[in-house]
Design a protein around this ligand. Structure first.
Ligand code: NAP
Ligand code: MG
Length: 399
């Protein structure tokens, strides 16, 4: 059998700990035997980031802009303890944060479904993907504890003379005060990333806010989404047979609970923070959740939503015994990137391989062979618990 060729590389970003171990296994057993892998390799493992003074992360992000598709392994975001553990020169910033900033991208989180793990919400049949606007609002807010009676005002001083001053509240007792902001450029990028991803996955997209109450702030989000949709995406959506749907956040919550899934839900920052945890928990497990970073100009970076699974790694390192860590989200990061590469290059064989890899993975679980984390979640099959290596071998046997 001749291997599938790739005309254009994808950006491969290696990572840390257990996911780094899994990364190599996936390449060796599930990819290399079938695809002549063409990747531009960046080692984002913590030692290499430290050695290059984090330059490698910036280079990887630039490479994603060049080749438009990347796949990333989970990486350690250093804290104080990691600085000691790895004897780091600095407490380097989160690689995901750096890449997101360079690409100006939005993160989409989608669950991987199997028939034997039933969502807690019984009418959910298809994945619900959450897009969170990870910029501004309360996450960059300014807050005060108001200590005594007094007047709080909102003041703006424009560079060109526009200015306003308004009383927020005349306090007759102590209380709290908060100011937050967002900007049109960031909201526009968020909207474009959402519409791009909806087109890319051929799914409807919902956007929700509270514009009836927040008549300037949330209303601006609504208007920017509407304007960009009408000017740039309405025709493309019609052709793809998908819709853009705006509704109030409380109505959206009610509709999501009654829906059967199969759409993208774009959320403002706080809503996305809260709703993504609700949706991912209701679908089953963090180990079965993929994450895609999409830039407004259509660059895609795929990864697992979970971290480097440190506890499992220490066990593996200290005993030399393979753990039963779930590699599914990392496998789907690879299949997602390969499928996107295939779509962009018109490489049908590569698209077909990505689909086949995903099906083989799901079939393996539905056949009862799975990692330990899934055994308590699955219904209708007698689970056979295997370690990561055995699980990957079982998938390979189906390819
Ligand atoms: P984590 O690696 O996601 O693991 C948390 C726990 O969730 C694990 O201990 C394990 O539970 C379970 N789990 C997660 N993924 C699993 C999988 N694939 N298979 C089986 N169980 C899985 O999160 P963390 O422990 O908070 O963070 C560890 C490191 O990852 C940190 O250094 C953090 O900076 C980094 N991180 C990176 C990313 C990223 O690169 N995108 C994201 C998040 C965190 P049990 O121990 O109970 O089995
Ligand atoms: Mg959260």
């Amino acid at each position: 059998m001749s291997k599938i060729k790739m005309a254009t590389p994808i950006v491969e970003m290696d990572g840390d700990e257990m996911t780094r171990v899994i990364w190599t296994m996936i390449k060796e057993d599930l990819l290399s035997p079938f695809v002549e892998l063409n990747t531009e390799y960046y080692d984002l493992g913590l030692p290499k980031r430290d050695e290059t003074r984090d330059k490698i992360t910036w280079e990887a992000a630039e490479a994603i802009k060049k080749y438009r598709v990347g796949v990333k392994c989970a990486t350690i975001t250093p804290n104080k303890q990691r600085v000691e553990e790895y004897n780091l020169h600095e407490m380097w910033k989160s690689p995901n944060g750096t890449i997101r900033a360079v690409l100006d991208g939005t993160v989409f989180r989608a669950p991987i479904l199997t028939t034997c793990i039933k969502p807690v919400v019984k009418n959910w049949k298809k994945p619900i993907t959450i897009a969170r606007h990870a910029y501004g609002d309360v996450y960059r807010g300014t807050e005060y504890r108001v200590p005594e009676p007094g007047k709080a005002e909102l003041v703006f001083t424009g560079k060109n003379g526009a200015s306003f001053r308004e009383t927020v509240y005349d306090y007759e007792c102590p209380g709290v005060l908060q100011a937050m902001y967002n900007k049109d450029t960031s909201i526009s990028s968020f909207a474009r990333s959402c519409f791009e991803y909806a087109l890319s996955t051929k799914q409807d997209i919902w956007f929700s806010s509270k514009d009836t109450i927040s008549k300037q702030y949330d209303q601006t989000f609504k208007l920017i989404f509407q304007d960009i949709f009408e000017k740039e995406y309405a025709a493309k959506f019609k052709e793809a047979g998908i819709i853009y749907f705006y509704t109030l956040i409380d109505d959206a919550v009610a509709r999501v609970m009654r829906s059967e899934g199969g759409f993208i839900w774009a959320c403002k920052n706080y809503d996305g923070d809260v709703m993504s945890d609700m949706v991912s928990t209701a679908f089953g497990s963090l180990a079965m959740m993929t994450s895609v970073l999409v830039s407004p100009d259509g660059n895609f970076e795929y990864e697992a939503a979970h971290g480097t699974v440190t506890k499992h790694f220490y066990r593996y390192r200290d005993t030399g015994k393979m753990t039963s860590t779930n590699p599914v989200a990392t496998i789907f990061a690879w299949s997602g990137a390969l499928r996107k590469r295939g779509e962009l290059d018109g490489n049908q064989d590569l698209v077909a391989f990505a689909n086949k890899l995903e099906k083989a993975t799901i079939d393996t679980i539905e056949g009862g062979v799975m990692t330990k984390d899934l055994t308590t979640l699955c219904e209708g099959v007698v689970p056979q618990v295997v370690d990561t290596k055995e699980f990957i071998k079982a998938i390979a046997a189906k390819l």
